[in-house]
Design a binder for this molecule. Structure first.
Ligand code: HEC
Length: 119
């Protein structure tokens, strides 16, 4: 009897503990160093674009790239209208064309988009 109530008590606490932490567990802090900070264009995304995309997506664009990715608005437009997120995660048609960026770079951009494209 005693043992039973102790066990079921613990079990209930476990359940509460689990469901209480669900909200944060569902949205893990993204890959910006894993510190859970907000991902921003100026703080996180711009450096990745500058290092991986700008040699073609400059202003004016080079090497037959169709648009520039130089400003915040350029990149937001490419996310909303040009499938940027799909292309940087596409193994058959990747951007950059030479091959996918590191998982952590892609995670940062994915998180940035999920968080609402903070400038
Ligand atoms: C070596 C040059 C080069 C680099 C580097 C490069 N791109 Fe591109 N990109 C192109 C070319 C050329 C096209 C047009 C042909 C195509 O869609 O594959 C293109 C097309 C795209 C498109 C589709 C545009 C549309 O309207 O269909 C997106 C989105 C894109 N690039 C994003 C990026 C991102 C983001 C990076 C960096 C992570 C990047 N690209 C790096 C050359 C490049």
């Amino acid at each position: 009897m005693n043992i039973k109530s102790i066990i079921s008590g613990c079990f209930a606490m476990l359940l509460i503990g689990c469901s209480g932490s669900d909200d944060s567990a569902m949205e893990p802090p993204p890959g910006n160093g894993g510190n859970g900070e907000e991902v921003t264009y100026s703080g996180d995304v711009k450096a990745i674009i500058d290092n991986n995309c700008i040699q073609c997506h400059a202003n004016p664009p080079q090497n037959d790239a169709p648009m520039s990715l130089v400003t915040y608005n350029n990149v937001v437009d490419a996310v909303n209208n040009r499938g940027l997120n799909t292309r940087i995660n596409s193994s058959s048609n990747p951007m950059p064309p030479t091959g996918l960026m590191s998982q952590s770079n892609r995670d940062i951009i994915d998180a940035w988009i999920e968080q609402g494209l903070n400038e």
